[in-house]
Design a protein around this ligand. Sequence first.
Ligand SMILES: [Mn+2]
Length: 313
Amino acid sequence: MYDIIGDIHGHADELVELLTKLGYSQTAECFRHPQSRKVVFCGDFIDRGPHIPDVVRIAKAMVEGDAALAVMGNHEFNALAFHTRDPASPGNYLRVHNKKNVQQHSHTQNQFSAEELEESLNWFRTLPAAIDLGELRVVHACWHSADIQAIEDYSEKCGAFTPAFLKHATTKGSTLFNAIERVMKGPELPLPDGMTVEDKEGNTRHRIRIRWFDSPNRHTWATYSLPIKSHLPQTPIPTNAPAVPYADDAPPLFVGHYWLPDNEPAPLKSNIACLDYSVARHGMMCAYRFDGGTSLSKDRFVTVKSHDRGDTA
Ligand SMILES: [Mn+2]
């Protein structure tokens, strides 16, 4: 059976604490469970937090030691694009090196040696965008079957996350670009004119992340936002919102990505759970102990508080 773990973002101490709480212990090669349970990581290992190389080392060793599986998060995808030269314009990179991006990636870059960074990027290239184990599914942000298929098709054609693949994947408007955006970042909905929200960094945003798995019918701007932004108007969501309805009888699905507030964890619906409770913002690292079944339950969540709670003044 499986223990699914949400976004880690360089918080290695909390990861070790969570693995220990779940019954895993360090062996010669990697952390392992005595009853051969396996971890499934939801992606986003890097870019924040004090111990990024340790996180990558622990997760990579577990995957290579057959004690874990992992999907790619948008941060790993962005890192690959940031460090890959544009084959059509060799002076430039596939993710532009502007001030904001350089700043965002410097955290990871500064903690790794050049060699370790290269090795980590090469490991990221091996991560699938989604995992379907039949009895459960894992993706970083959004389960969209056709997009997941498109990513797999391009991987076969160009090699997964090779420079040729990444060139398509970073070309705005291409099928692969749209697929990666939706699967790893989730669909977003533009706010009505004049309305904005603040993201976790305090940046002003004109779009919100949404409960894509629900139909927009009967939802308001406040209730359709994910996480819920209660200050948004209680007026109906446009019916053409980019929903990706997830059937009630589809296998349980686990995602990360959504920076849910540090409340008591609970499923988003009977067969979907988000395991990102903002460990990188003084929240919690979160896992779900999955032992089969079709309906998710509140009492299967396992959490560890961020060691940097930011509450010591
Ligand atoms: Mn993410």
